[in-house]
Write a protein that binds this ligand. Structure first.
Ligand code: AGP
Length: 608
């Protein structure tokens, strides 16, 4: 998943494109490029590496122009080299294209175009697009693009410029997110709003099949038959400082530290103590519909899947509805067994993860209503779902998800409470849970205060090449999440496991070199977790534990205890996750890793 941006207007496009590209870098960061209409024709600069390096290259080889396109890449087809970097040009350099997505029939098209004399210079799937546009007839760039796309199978968010129509940018969307920015005498195209927020708050989200034509004086949207399409102009609610680093060294640390505030905004206006329930107007579910739900299927990927696992415990406990949590990438190809009363919930920070989107579409095709638990407003999952819950956690820039995880758990808790109160959960139990939720933010501040202790532990983990995270019940998913965070940003191989499951295999890995982290708050399975600690200790394992303040002393068993404040059992993951996020962060810093741009990853996975 790459980031694309385009500009046409009255200003020099180059600084606008480079600044926007830097904000899109979390979408992919292995190579970058820019193409601009200069007064001496179209000019391109591209390289393997970061946007900052492209900035330097443009500094050495300046180019200027009032319209252009740019790209930051996450390689799918062809290694991250200068040659494979976007923009790609046709045989005669008349057209330049940037693309986010995958052209599934690229090989077939490449062979056919090769036979009719086109010369390919890259290993990418994208290059077929620009040769198709060159090959296509048409008296305008948009006509050529429409004709070219007739042959294409796959996903794309793309922008094209041509040497013949200076100032014009043609944009097309099929499966990958693209939006337009409407400014004063200037227009933008971008993969997401963070790239253009400093210039305008007025955005137009394109739908699949849309073709947009931007010129310095106007924009319009057409479909494949050139019929004009009307799309709403939305107003972005974000503030620029939400996507600025501020005094923090990394976005990940900023987002970890923001969590008391982001959970507060996820709760804002949704807790109704008098009724012991949660107000979730965006669900579009009547009380009757809430009562009629027979099963819930949560579909998600990565950290969102872990939040779904915690959500399952909470929803089953409060609403008594059986919940299954599916890896979206598996579920989308699973045989769909339509069951009346099934409600599907897609959990996604970005709202653009292709596997989750397709799993949601598959569930809908099988007759299930679908809800979205999403952070990014206006994202595809949010727009396609029948209803949902926005996290309101603000933009999450760090590739390793943190604040979205705790807000996802809280959103699913609100959902469980809302359903529960329509299905027999008592007012008292509801009010008690409302108090538990309302009390989380100050407790999270206390959990964040563990940072100095976590930093001490990080020194030991930074030397390790493997690590094991163990938890039980509602905190087993936190063990999974702790392991994922460490893997993602420090490249240490780590596994999360149900603590009892350890005896059935992973215990073979235990020795003095294998750090073992237990997620062990005081709850009904705590004693069982302590026995698992003894089994690890007996084999020379080095143990650290996230446990509850005021809990009996574990120092006989563990090397280091990270004590979080007590809260309602089902909500404890919102607190136990924090020291594990901080641990991964500090280990990554100690190992000199690029915390916000971990290798091989990208923030939203918009391709399969
Ligand atoms: C988490 O740190 C990762 N960035 C990744 O696993 C992520 O959770 C996954 O790609 C799902 O993304 P989404 O929530 O935007 O759908």
């Amino acid at each position: 998943m790459c980031g694309i941006i385009g500009y046409t207007g009255v200003r020099d496009a180059v600084p606008v494109l480079l600044r926007g590209l830097a904000r899109l870098e979390y979408r992919g960061y292995d190579s970058a490029g820019i193409a601009v209409h200069t007064d001496r024709g179209m000019a391109t600069r591209k390289l393997a590496g970061r946007v900052a390096a492209l900035h330097d290259l443009v500094g050495r080889l300046p180019l200027h122009g009032m319209s252009g396109i740019a790209h930051t890449r996450w390689a799918t087809h062809g290694a991250p080299t200068e040659r494979n970097a976007h923009p790609h040009a046709d045989c005669h350099g008349r057209f330049a294209v940037v693309h986010n997505g995958i052209i599934e029939n690229a090989d077939v098209l490449r062979a056919a175009l090769g036979r009719s004399g086109h010369v390919f210079r890259t290993e990418t799937d994208t290059e077929v697009l620009v040769h198709l546009i060159e090959e296509a007839g048409g008296d305008s760039l948009e006509a050529r693009v429409i004709a070219a796309l007739e042959h294409v199978v796959g996903t794309y968010g793309l922008a094209v410029i041509s040497a013949d129509e200076v100032g014009k940018i043609v944009v097309a969307r099929q499966g990958s997110p693209v939006l337009l920015g409407v400014g004063e005498d200037e227009y933008f195209v971008a993969s997401d709003a963070s790239a253009i927020l400093e210039h305008t708050r007025s955005v137009v989200y394109l739908d699949d099949g849309d073709i947009a034509v931007l010129t310095p004086t106007e924009y319009h949207i057409i479909d494949r038959d050139s019929h004009v399409q009307l799309r709403a102009v939305d107003d972005l609610a974000w503030d620029l400082d939400e996507i600025e680093l501020g005094d923090y060294r990394h976005f990940m640390l900023k987002e970890i530290c923001e969590q008391p505030e982001t959970v507060r905004s996820t709760l804002r206006g949704r807790l109704v103590f008098e009724d012991g329930t949660a107000r979730l107007d965006g669900l579009n579910l009547t009380p009757e519909a809430c009562a009629a739900v027979r099963r819930i299927v949560i579909v998600a990927c990565g950290t969102s899947w872990h939040a779904g696992l915690v959500g399952r415990h909470i929803i089953e406990a409060l609403a008594g509805i059986p919940v299954t949590v599916e890896y979206a990438s598996e579920y989308r190809y699973h045989r769909q067994i339509p069951l009346p009363g099934t409600l599907t919930v897609a959990v996604s920070q970005s709202g653009e993860t292709a596997d989750t989107l397709e799993a949601m579409r598959a569930a809908r095709a099988a007759g299930s209503p679908v809800l979205g638990v999403v952070n990014v407003v206006g994202s595809t999952i949010a727009r396609e779902a029948d209803g949902g819950i926005y996290l309101h956690a603000g933009p999450e820039v760090g590739v390793a998800s943190t604040k979205a995880f705790t807000s996802q758990i809280v959103a699913l808790a609100l959902f469980g409470l809302h359903l529960g109160r329509h299905r027999g959960l008592s007012l008292e139990a509801g009010q008690e849970f409302v108090c538990g939720l309302a009390g989380l933010p100050p407790l999270m501040v206390q959990a964040l205060a563990l940072e100095p202790e976590v930093q001490r532990l990080a020194v030991r983990y930074a030397e390790a090449s493997n690590a094991l995270y163990l938890g039980r019940g509602v905190n087993f998913p936190v063990a999974l999440e702790g392991a994922l965070k460490l893997k993602e940003i420090s490249y240490i191989h780590a596994e999360g496991y149900p603590a009892a499951e350890m005896k059935h295999g992973p215990i073979a890995l235990i020795d003095e070199n294998m750090p073992v982290m237990f997620v062990a708050p005081r709850d009904q399975v705590y004693d069982k977790v302590v026995s698992n600690m003894q089994e690890v200790r007996a084999r020379g394992g080095r143990i650290a534990a996230v446990t509850t303040e005021g809990n009996g002393d574990l120092s006989a068993l563990v090397d280091q205890q990270l004590r979080i404040p007590a809260t309602a059992h089902l909500l404890s993951p919102v607190l136990t996750a924090i020291p594990l996020q901080l641990l991964a962060y500090h280990v990554s810093v100690l190992r000199g890793c690029d915390v916000d741009r971990p290798r091989n990853l990208a923030k939203s996975v918009t391709v399969e």
